[in-house]
Design a protein around this ligand. Sequence first.
Ligand code: C5P
Length: 350
Amino acid sequence: MRRWLSAAGDRVAVRVPAKINLFLAVRGRRADGYHDLTTVLQTLSLYDTVTARLAGPPGRSQHPAARRRMGLEVRCDVEGVPRGRDNLALRAARLLGESTNVLAADDDAEAPGGGEGDDAGGDALIPADAAAWLPGSGARTVVDLDKSIPVAAGFAGGSADAAGALRALNILWGCDLDDGELRDVGAAVGSDVPFCVIGGTALATGRGEALARVLCRGRFHWVLGIDAAPLSTAEVYRAWDAGCAPSETEPDAVLAALVAGDAEALGAALHNELQAPALQLRPRLEAGRRTLLEAGALGAVVSGSGPTLLGLARDGDHAREMAAAAAAHFDVVRVAVSPAGGPEPVDDRR
Ligand code: C5P
């Protein structure tokens, strides 16, 4: 793992892909308010880069004693990315740090001028002059989120950032957790985080965190019709509660299409039971779905809890033609391929 550290041993960057649901059935609402699902997840070639680095007085931040009192800062200047405790990368970093004893619990709860939970301020979740009040060393870890995955669009970008932070900090802090342990930390952060930690293609049950890898022989080309106004996942589930019944539909057709690498069969099998409540909250998405189908999509479906629409193309050329034909209908149109592997450290040695 050390080979991914910068030459000075103080920096690791991880590139992490978005995810899409090729199949999503809602089995019912649970006592804890979450919903039991059966879903087939696959990574998509839109990426964020999560860079974790040690900052503070030279030498000090490397010292084990300094690390126990380390501050933590997550920076992102993209609009719509949550601040404070709602930021999944920050939650993941804090949980990993506390469970591996790199961070002291609640270190920054009494931070002057706002620690976690302070939604008022600028990009840093801990003030930029944190070193002035962090006890003793001034050492801190800074996590930068360089985002290209659209925010709150149904691509699990926040979960991807959390997974990227776990991967990067596991290396930077020398925690040495294995994949299963990282997935367990991820499950406490959010339902999609365990999948984002491993990537590829998987069948998930429970609230989405219980995973089995799925064989996928194909490479699939997508047109993404992006609606700039975000849609809240919790709200979509509430609309499901109000208007939908548990389903027993199984993902056999999607799984068979993936094994065969058959885009046409996959297009016909795409299935998302959050689509109906998402359309109810945002009726204009139905016209977007029709636009993609009229542009020649083999299948078109809402991505996750929306509001992005996915249109499956025959190949890369077809995806570009479809994107051109559908461009006027959406705020943004992009093309991407799936599966896109998992989070990967970037060779960042300097
Ligand atoms: O787990 P995560 O924080 O990503 O979920 C966001 C919201 O989506 C939850 O607060 C919950 O309202 C809803 N959700 C759900 N059932 C799931 C996953 C998410 O009800 N299986």
